[in-house]
Design a binder for this molecule. Sequence first.
Ligand SMILES: Cc1cc2nc3c(=O)[nH]c(=O)nc-3n(C[C@H](O)[C@H](O)[C@H](O)COP(=O)(O)OP(=O)(O)OC[C@H]3O[C@@H](n4cnc5c(N)ncnc54)[C@H](O)[C@@H]3O)c2cc1C
Length: 540
Amino acid sequence: MQAHTPVLIVGGGPVGLALAAELGWRGIACTLVEQGDGTITTPKMNEVNTRSMEFCRRWGIADQVMNCPFPGDHPLDAVFVTSLFGHELGRVIRPARNDQTPEPHSPYRLQACSQIWFDPMLAKLARSFPSVRLHYRHQLDALSQDADGVTAEIADIETGKRHRITADYLVGCDGAASLVRRSLGIEMAGQGTIGYPINMFFRAPDLLTRSGRKPGTFFIPVDRGGVWGNLRIIDPINGVWRLMVDAARDVTPETVDRAGYLRRALGRDIAVEWIDVNVWRRRSLVAERYGEGRVLIAGDAVHQLSPTGALGMNSGLGDAVDLGWKLAAVLQGWGGAQLIGSYDSERRPVGERNVRMATSFYQDNEAFMHRSPALDDDGAEGDQARRELGEMLERKVGGEFRTLGLQLGYCYENSPICVADGTPPPADDPATYTANARPGARAPHVWIGQNKSTLDLFGRGFVLLRFPGAPDAVALASAAAARRVPLTVIEVDQPDAAAIYARRLALVRPDGHVAWRSDDMPAEPGALIDRVRGAEAGSA
Ligand SMILES: Cc1cc2nc3c(=O)[nH]c(=O)nc-3n(C[C@H](O)[C@H](O)[C@H](O)COP(=O)(O)OP(=O)(O)OC[C@H]3O[C@@H](n4cnc5c(N)ncnc54)[C@H](O)[C@@H]3O)c2cc1C
């Protein structure tokens, strides 16, 4: 293990791996230490959302996700049932990958791709960059920092050998129990623990066929006890399922009545091959700070949220992408002194928003109690009760599956490195994304050629988009060059793109967020470049 690394990443879950890949993609040297061996037997994450798919597109792995072993003809529908073998109450349609119509606002729609496949894709991507080193079975034991760098004590778990490593920056992607966060004395704030779920994994290859149920991916059994759990098919080819229930605080994997829960979920006794049982805590928490000095924190280490809405890892990938270009800019010498600090200003409000929404989706589930005795009746009264209930479930509980506004509509309002243009934000509707190019927002997707999106223009450095009628931008390009800020000027002669971006000039950052837009050149191009690179005007 090298004695010095520019960036030391602690934790090789999806967020640490994504950060290693993002830095590798930018040519930045980094070392990742992960205490485990990289094997995932029972996955947590199963849904890679639209924004994360856009990151995957830039990294070149979107096709791998699209071709993952989750079958392309298996619908992703979320289905409300009295039990898997019982009556169907309602269905949120989410077409199979092969049947997905193009999403107008993105090259992709959300994909089912379990962590058992996704994490290895990220690891392979990270390893493909010569500047990235991954060390499994290595654990961070302690860290300290001063103005010049960070020192970390790392133990090789196999040999017991200890390494002292110095780094310019350390990023803790070390999950909910984060040693990195605790070492900095950073507290988590929020509601705390809001549930005591149990995940029970089993193999039952022909279960869906035997149930006679029209296929789906996520089944929510609702009985007279209300919404009490869910069944997810993780790997349809191998028949791997997860039954999740909210149990009592003191239930353990040994004491849980898994056969009883399974009977309730299926509506009958079916023999399955049990794989594993995990107990975990459903939390609603955000860190008070996302780092300190040269130590930053990302992913579950800073936001812990209910999986309702599938926002956990997907939020963490957003952290990694925000942090990646900023670390690269500073290490390459063109990022200003305030750039790293803007990570907290930009990502913590997004963490708070996503935790708040995930908790609210969970509360929609929890609050849902229906006591109609007719629910199981085969007659007209039962049909009526089920129809009414189904419509209510689709409308209320189904909200957690309609989240495009959450996925794409986050905006770095009040960011110190974006220049607000005074336009009001669109309504922050979790379900609906309103395309807009306000400073701080994700620069919108528009097709600009055969399988070519505006998103494909962004990534390597800043991009100045010039729409028809834009003034000459040479002074801005010169100001960037004088500060060694990578900037490319691109002409976009397309009315639909010009209409969405709504200004003749739009400056887009390496992470694909708009930093500034205007119809006119700024009075002081140098000051604008300084602002967006996180430097005081005129500083190095
Ligand atoms: C049931 C369930 C379903 C979910 N479904 C989804 C979903 O569909 N979509 C979604 O986006 N999110 C989902 N999530 C959330 C998602 O799984 C997490 O948000 C995500 O795994 C967080 O990734 P991470 O890399 O931040 O942390 P983790 O996955 O917890 O990884 C942290 C890593 O750090 C390592 N580590 C810890 N301490 C040290 C140390 N001292 N030294 C070295 N290594 C260390 C750990 O071994 C671990 O591998 C779900 C969660 C649950 C519980």
